[in-house]
Design a protein around this ligand. Structure first.
Ligand code: HPA
Length: 278
């Protein structure tokens, strides 16, 4: 592990313990576009700004607040990253994967990743939630190139089950409990920041992608490499390019997520406490 990153992780762990005492969160949630507002529904305790955490840095994208929260849904400690850093922001992989490394440093072994995504599959409509069952990495890079970011990560990590099947079941169970029709599918990640062309979307459909976005896969790869349990949920915020006549705009992505917020919150209120068991 690079020495400066080791120092940043130790410093961040110290800051969290200094602020919150001897916390032992079991799960960490990383909030993607439009998901940040769910914090309010998850019994938040208090937050630290990313700017106070060397290694995270300031978020640069509208809708990504940049606060790390301690929350206690159903009395269980959960760490919530309210906003994520993206590869397209141009700061490299460091800030993108830091939340996963920090969560691991704190003893957390389950990670729930969330995002907004464009729906490629005909089965998906704007406003649907989708459990990610597998991914296609089309980001043009990989956060594990070069020196591995943690000594526990093997040089060639197996990726045959990145998204933990038991956690996928738990998400579907939580959805059933609240009467939510949740979809399941394959997420294709690109670096962005451009949205896709209709021709690209037609090609990705042929490759088996159900939804497309600009995040999640790097964190999933690092968490999987560390042996953590990974789950990921997409909010289908729009139909992918060419599936509708409308031009794609970040504002519309945010608007759909706002409308789905009550469903997303309810799902996680039920899901997060259940992750402590088994
Ligand atoms: N494409 C890429 N990323 C996205 C999209 C999309 O259509 N919607 C939300 N994030």
């Amino acid at each position: 592990m690079a020495n400066d990153r080791t120092a940043q992780l130790l410093q961040a762990r110290e800051l969290l313990h200094h602020t919150w005492g001897d916390i032992k969160p079991h799960t960490c949630l990383i909030c993607g576009s439009g998901w940040g507002e769910i914090v309010e529904g998850l019994s938040p305790v208090s937050s630290i700004s990313y700017e106070q955490i060397d290694g995270m840095g300031r978020t640069t994208v509208e809708g990504h607040k940049g606060n790390l929260w301690l929350a206690k849904p159903a009395g269980k400690e959960v760490l919530i990253f309210q906003g994520r850093r993206h590869f397209y922001e141009g700061a490299g992989w460091g800030p993108v994967i830091f939340p996963v490394l920090l969560a691991h440093e704190l003893g957390i072994r389950s990670v729930v990743l969330t995002n907004a995504a464009g729906g490629i599959s005909e089965d998906l409509a704007a406003g649907n939630l989708m459990v990610i069952s597998d991914h296609l990495n089309f980001m043009g890079s990989n956060p594990l190139i070069g020196q591995v970011p943690h000594p526990q990560i093997p040089r060639f990590p197996d990726q045959s089950k990145v998204y933990n099947p038991n956690l996928q079941h738990k998400i579907c169970d939580a959805a059933k409990t609240i009467g939510l029709d949740i979809k399941k599918g394959i997420y294709l990640a690109l670096s962005g920041p451009t949205f896709e062309t209709p021709a690209e979307i037609r090609a990705f459909a042929k490759l088996g992608a159900d939804a497309v976005g600009m995040s999640t896969v790097p964190e999933a790869m690092v968490a999987n490499g560390l042996g953590m349990k990974v789950a990921a949920i997409s909010c289908i915020s729009n139909l992918a390019a060419g599936r509708s006549t409308q031009a794609l705009r970040h504002e519309d992505v945010q608007k759909t997520s706002e409308e789905v917020l009550p469903k997303m919150t309810s799902l996680l209120v039920h899901l997060l406490p259940s992750l402590t068991e088994g």
